[in-house]
Design a protein around this ligand. Structure first.
Ligand SMILES: *[C@@H]1O[C@H](CO)[C@@H](O)[C@H](O)[C@H]1NC(C)=O
Length: 334
């Protein structure tokens, strides 16, 4: 029974793939996917989840269930994962059962049978990184799209997914008892320099109305890990210079929304996919901290020509926080 059902899911996924085509890189170096919205007005919605793969434990299943309900209601077009996809140490290989136990067999709701755009978190780097990046994962479950860094073009919005783990010094200088798989990113200095250049040119060349950057690590956060100083120093100036609208991350196991007076960037943390409740919150300027929830849940975003609507949900599907912004900068049509 189960295998039959899996087979029909794979077929459904293959059909879905027909409208998500990989386009070879043109001017920018990052791989690019076109995800053309299906709604006539070009609007679309998606869910964001982070820090989730625990074989259903720590309310992962409950959160997945609510994602299915909210996803259906919002008619979502895709799902974004902010990384730490498989605890504790990523996948051990392409045949790791954790891929089924933590992903395939957990996010089973019909509304979640959409493309999943995934980045890697620091825990994913403790396993066989190449496994998560392998096209074999996509053959097993065609929802799975995971690259180190890439672009998703959804017409009115463009998403730049950034591999943030290699920026963090302490994983190199104090790995403790963890073994990180840095095989694909050496020499590190060149890798980071090229990545920053690629992100900058992708953002500069983008003509999308909304620019969104996704990474695993925080830039600004009041959670357990707090700000990631390497990203604040190296990546943030590029985001500011290119007037990025949203920076979306996980890493801190919470749901959080920070608006800073320095720029228009909204800092959105969706890291509540499973284990949470760490209880430690640092002080943050009250006028910048729009919302903080140290528990499990996820985020939804709806994007139209004029507006971005954000909502955060707990493990029961209750809306905890909502926020909207609009942009009315139209180029006058001749
Ligand atoms: C699961 O979620 C409920 C409701 O938010 C919470 O009270 C409980 O502590 C969570 N369980 C775990 C193991 O995190």
């Amino acid at each position: 029974m189960a295998s039959l059902w899996n087979k029909s899911m794979i077929i459904a996924n293959l059909i879905m793939l027909s409208w998500c085509v990989v386009v070879p890189p043109s001017t920018a170096e990052l791989p690019r996917f076109d995800h053309t919205p299906t709604k006539a007005d070009g609007s679309f919605s998606f869910l964001v989840i982070g820090d989730w793969g625990r074989k259903g434990g720590y309310n992962q299943t409950e959160v997945a269930y609510q994602m299915g309900i909210i996803g259906e209601k919002l008619e979502i077009d895709f799902i974004i994962s902010t990384g730490d996809n498989f605890y504790d140490d990523g996948l051990i290989g392409v045949d790791d059962d954790a891929f089924f136990e933590s992903f395939v067999n957990i996010y089973t709701a019909p509304a979640l049978q959409k493309q999943w755009y995934n980045v890697l978190g620091n825990h994913d780097y403790r396993g066989d990184v190449e496994a998560q990046l392998s096209p074999i994962m996509r053959e097993i479950d065609s929802r799975w799209v995971c690259l180190r860094s890439f672009i998703v073009n959804a017409e009115i919005a463009e998403f730049i997914f950034v591999d943030t783990t290699p920026f963090v010094d302490k994983y190199f200088t104090e790995p403790e008892d963890h073994v990180y798989d840095w095989s694909g990113i050496q020499p590190r200095h060149n890798y980071l320099a090229q990545l920053l250049k690629d992100v900058d040119s992708a953002l500069r060349e983008s003509t999308a109305k909304w620019k969104i950057v996704v990474g695993h690590h925080t830039i600004k956060s009041a959670g357990h890990h707090g700000n990631t100083k390497e990203l604040a120093r190296q990546l943030l100036p590029i985001l500011q210079a290119n007037e990025v609208d949203l920076y979306i991350n996980g890493h801190d196991h919470c749901l959080e929304h920070i608006s800073s007076s320095e720029s228009g960037i909204q800092y959105l943390t969706s890291g509540g996919g499973s284990k949470a409740w760490r209880g430690d919150v640092s002080w943050w300027k009250p006028n910048e901290m729009k919302f903080y929830y140290d528990g499990q849940g996820f985020m939804s975003i709806k994007i139209t020509q004029k507006e971005v609507d954000i909502a955060f949900y707990d493990a029961f599907g209750n809306v905890l926080h909502k926020w909207s912004t609009s942009k009315h900068l139209y180029v006058s049509a001749m």
